[in-house]
Design a protein around this ligand. Structure first.
Ligand SMILES: Cc1cc2nc3c(=O)[nH]c(=O)nc-3n(C[C@H](O)[C@H](O)[C@H](O)COP(=O)(O)O)c2cc1C
Length: 196
């Protein structure tokens, strides 16, 4: 297996991630973001991939800063991101660190400005994880009790910087796996095939 093969799969992985940030139907649009909580327990959840900077190896996600994940990532920025494409049967497992951008930061402001009104309403309810009163199935959703400005205050951007990519393709009797490491600049520093 040649160096060219490794170069191609690594580039293709980032191309697919980048496409997925623009296309809601794409394979890696919904990723699993894993953090570590205050009791050292792994915590995983699905998030929408919003932006990708291929050169810098950055992935961006949006969330509510009142959520447990924001608190966990504030205390411990180590994170991993997992995606799987059932068509190509490729798994991407990225490890890295996050940087958090809350209310008043340029990144959170510009990301908020680009959201539709309906997406903004996601941030106009009560704190994520708090108990909600039970309703009947006929209940229509209550009008949002807070303004868009209040929603913006709890909106945050999680910027994940990949330090490594573990690439795996499931193929009958020919599973393939490769590891890639990145420098803080995003430059590829190591690449190798490993046993699946
Ligand atoms: C398809 C799908 C997409 C989701 N996208 C996001 C997202 O982009 N950001 C987010 O904070 N939560 C998103 N969620 C909800 C999270 O998976 C999670 O349940 C919630 O954010 C609470 O996570 P936490 O308690 O670990 O903070 C999504 C859930 C689903 C099912």
């Amino acid at each position: 297996m040649s160096d060219l093969f490794l170069t191609q799969i690594e580039q293709s992985a980032w191309t697919q991630l980048s496409e997925s940030s623009r296309d809601p139907q794409a394979a890696f649009r919904y990723l699993t973001l894993c953090s570590v909580d205050g009791k050292s327990r792994p915590q995983a959840r699905t998030v929408v991939l919003r932006e990708v900077d291929t050169d810098a190896r950055l992935l961006e996600f949006h969330t509510d800063i009142r959520s447990p994940k924001w608190q966990e990532l504030t205390a411990n920025p180590n994170a991993s991101v997992l995606g799987y494409c059932p068509v190509t049967r490729i798994q991407l497992r990225l490890q890295g660190e996050v940087e958090l951008f809350g209310h008043g930061t340029e990144l959170a402001n510009s990301a908020w400005d680009a959201l539709s009104y309906w997406t903004r309403t996601t941030y106009m309810g009560g704190p994520p994880g708090d108990e909600k009163a039970l309703g009947t199935p006929e209940d229509v959703p209550a009008p949002n009790s807070v303004s868009e400005a209040e929603g913006q205050k709890v909106f945050g951007v999680v910027r994940f910087k990949a330090q490594s990519l573990d690439w795996f393709q499931l193929k009958q009797q020919d599973n393939k796996r490769a590891l890639f490491d990145y420098a803080p600049s995003g430059a590829l520093t190591e690449r190798c095939l490993i046993n699946p």
